[in-house]
Design a protein around this ligand. Structure first.
Ligand code: ADP
Ligand code: MG
Length: 278
């Protein structure tokens, strides 16, 4: 890969991480040799990768070309070389949110608010194009050098127009909405709203809202709509109320992104990017 990538002015300088079908390298790119992250996907056909190559990768490629937002990992170029596709993307110096939470456990409420507001801004951008992410979790929320949120990994995303339904199971069990866990059809972006609620709970508490090894028990807890906060959790009532509203078991009852921004917890929080002043 590196030898062919050089023709595209892409020079691999290090290793950042790896997933099931890809590895991500640190690299420099273009005439200016700016620092980038290069997601290198091996598309040599195998039975296991068939669905991914035929269905999900073309969707991801289409979607990342559409999206241009300060809180979404920018993809500068998609390079096609024999047996590989390379996504040349914005480099997120502070890694991902899971890594950060492993260090600090939970976040101070003001920091959680700032990051959640940016995440909602990214999701509002997706909804303008009827795009749902479907794999929203702390590992896919990247952070730039100032800890601004950069939503990434659109490997399960798809365009879902009003009235269209999907039944595909996507995402990680701990973050997935109950309608997906129960293998029901879903429509609209309520599945992403749910996952954002799980992320918010984790930011505020450092733990999972429905951590249960037993899938059946987990669904029961979700449907009961009872969200517990430990006594040591110092989050405000406004924050806890928003978590409860967002994690509504019945998808149509979940708030819209607009309603989330207008909630008691967020309404007086201006959206801004660091290091600029609010
Ligand atoms: P996968 O589909 O394999 O999960 P991801 O896009 O989530 O692919 O990337 C896998 C890992 O690579 C991430 O967990 C992270 O450690 C690293 N990584 C991915 N994109 C970036 C980026 N833009 N900047 C910095 N690190 C990244
Ligand atoms: Mg990922």
């Amino acid at each position: 890969v590196p030898i062919l990538a050089k023709d595209h002015k892409l020079n691999i300088t290090g290793y950042l991480g790896g997933g099931s079908y890809s590895s991500v390298a640190k690299a420099t790119f273009g005439d200016s040799q700016m620092v980038v992250a290069a997601k290198i996907i091996d598309i040599t056909p195998t039975k296991a990768k068939e669905d991914y190559i035929r269905k999900f990768l073309p969707r991801e490629t289409e979607i990342v070309k559409i999206l241009q937002h300060d809180n979404i990992v920018r993809v500068y170029q998609v390079i096609n070389i024999p047996n590989h596709v390379i996504f040349v993307s914005e480099y997120c110096a502070n890694g991902d949110l899971l890594k950060k939470l492993k260090k600090t456990k939970s976040l101070p409420e003001d920091e959680a608010k700032f990051m959640f507001r940016q995440l909602i801004a990214a999701l509002m951008h997706l909804s303008q194009f009827h795009i749902i992410h479907r794999d929203l979790k702390c590992e896919n929320i990247f952070l730039d050098a100032h800890d601004n949120v950069k939503l990434g990994d659109f490997g399960f995303a798809r365009v879902l127009k009003a009235g269209e339904k999907s039944g595909t199971f996507c995402g990680s069990r701990a973050y997935v909405a109950p309608e997906i866990l129960r293998a029901k059809d879903y429509s609209g972006n309520a599945v992403d709203v749910w996952s954002a609620g799980v992320v918010l709970y984790i930011m505020l508490t450092g733990s999972m809202p429905f951590d249960d090894r037993n899938p059946q028990k987990m669904i029961e807890k979700q449907l009961a709509h009872r969200i517990r906060f430990s006594r040591s959790c110092t989050a405000s009532t406004a924050a806890k109320t928003l978590v409860l509203e967002v994690l509504h078991p019945h998808a149509p009852n979940r708030p819209t992104y607009k309603a989330i921004c207008d909630s008691e917890w967020l309404k007086s929080t201006p959206y801004y990017m660091k290091p600029q002043d609010p």
